[in-house]
Design a protein around this ligand. Structure first.
Ligand code: SF4
Length: 450
């Protein structure tokens, strides 16, 4: 099964459901740039528009005019393995007993392979590689009403998922019982909205109300709104949402991403004091951390890199060759700022180390006298099984190199990673998944570790 790093959106009870979803997906575009899709529900059935590319490319105006209906779900997707395929684009729709069901999913289900094999042995045919299709095929085999079937399925399918599931007369939003992926609920007048991140409420003038709780399933239909709960699990919010993935103007896990990143910078300044002329971020994902470091240390904040915004994120590009070229295109050092200066550079994380090495080289080439690299998270040593694109553990530089070796590889004067305690203080809660730092997996290859 494929890992997916995605954004999901849902709208209930709004005559412009497709348009709101379109705008919401625009705000979630950073969570996936490979494909996008919207499904709307109306009395006669579903209407679907999806395709490869950015939201702006997939939905021409005429497609939005065509997508009638007062409920909708949407999805932006980035797949992390295998070739891209039109069949895997979400939301996925199936027909069952003359009824349509559509699903949009963010996350990864480590046990999906096991369940797929089981269903195939019972004669079920799969036409995509997605976990979403597995969920749909499992719920139609269960008994009870749709929320009961979904609950039974998701209690079996342990993993990381936030889902929106659309029926002609019902919308269900659910967050896995571990709480790996974010999902929040908002309102706009009488309309109810769901989004991976709250920034996608702001764009349509909706009000962020709250996060769904881990394991919460919100069901909306003509009789109103109710919450059911999946079997209870140990909470494991993905701390990388706060470090890197989510937009800083979002609330995820009921806290401001901006504040969490500012705090990471302040914690770094508390832990590592350096005599330097300026502190600068690797933009944009370390901007707030650099600001926090500057505020706490008193060292001026400068912008030593200019970012080309017309290119996607390097970390989530699938092919090494493209990634190499993109680093150069994406970030240009400013000589006037850097020449002859002792520079503190703040970045959110180091993955393979190849991007950081190129950035350090370009800062030196621009004339910096000293380069001190500070990272606002602990070393990433282990791969993620819960829907985030990380290379295999062997490809992660911190998996098999000491901090001293990484410092030498990068060519910096000093290298410092924020401590785990410092990171947790910055994020103000303790119920986080930390598997990529400590290798302690709750779920791995579909099995629960205890
Ligand atoms: Fe997030 Fe790391 Fe846990 Fe994956 S392993 S869910 S990236 S904290």
């Amino acid at each position: 099964m494929r890992k997916e790093f995605c954004g999901i959106y849902g709208v209930w009870n709004n005559e412009n459901a497709a348009e709101l979803t379109y705008l919401g997906l625009y705000a979630l575009q950073h969570r996936g740039q490979e494909s996008a899709g919207i499904v709307t529900a109306r009395k006669k059935g579903f209407l679907v528009q999806k395709g490869m590319g950015l939201v702006s490319e997939v939905f021409p105006q005429e497609s939005l005019n065509r997508l009638k209906g007062d409920a909708a779900i949407g999805h932006v997707r980035y797949s992390t393995t295998g070739s891209s395929s039109h069949g895997n684009i979400q939301p996925l729709v199936i027909e069952y007993q003359n009824k349509s069901i559509a699903i949009a999913h963010n996350g990864n289900i480590p046990s999906a392979g096991k369940w797929k094999t089981k269903l195939e042995s019972e004669g079920v045919i799969f036409s995509t590689e997605t976990d979403s299709e597995l969920i749909l095929k499992m719920i139609v085999k269960e008994t009870g009403d749709w929320e009961e079937r979904l609950k039974k399925t998701l209690d079996k399918l342990e993993g990381s998922f936030s889902l929106v599931v659309l029926f002609p007369d019902k919308l269900i939003a659910v967050r896995d019982a571990y709480g790996y992926r974010p999902l929040s609920i908002g309102t706009k007048g009488e309309s109810i909205l769901f989004s991976s991140e709250s920034c996608a409420f702001d764009i349509v003038d909706a009000e962020y109300q709250r996060d769904l709780q881990p394991g919460e399933m919100v069901v909306i239909d003509s009789s109103g709104m109710k919450s059911l709960f999946l079997e209870n699990r140990e909470h494991q919010r993905c701390i990388f949402e706060l470090i890197y993935f989510a937009r800083p103007d979002s609330y995820v896990f009921s806290q401001s991403v901006y504040d969490a990143r500012l705090n990471m910078g302040k914690e770094l300044a508390r832990e590592k004091k350096i005599d330097a002329d300026l502190v600068m971020p690797v933009p944009d994902s370390a901007n707030m951390q650099a600001l926090g470091y500057s505020q706490k240390s008193g060292i001026p904040l400068e912008f030593g890199f200019i970012r080309n915004h017309y290119i996607g994120r390097t970390f989530i590009e699938p092919h090494q060759k493209i990634r190499d070229l993109r680093v150069k295109i994406k970030l240009s050092p400013i000589k006037n700022v850097l020449k002859g200066k002792k520079v503190i550079v703040i970045d959110d994380s180091i993955v393979r180390g190849t991007t950081s090495k190129k950035l350090v080289k370009s800062i030196r080439k621009a004339g910096a006298e000293e380069v001190h690299l500070l990272i606002s998270s602990p070393p990433i040593k282990y791969s993620c099984y819960y829907g985030i694109d990380t290379p295999t553990s062997q490809e992660l530089i911190a998996n098999n190199h000491s901090v001293k070796e990484i410092k030498e590889f990068l060519g910096v004067d000093s290298l410092y990673y924020l401590s785990l305690d410092g990171l947790l203080r910055a994020c103000r809660k303790t119920e986080y998944c930390l598997s990529c730092f400590n290798g302690e997996y709750i779920l791995k290859n579909g099995k629960r570790k205890k």
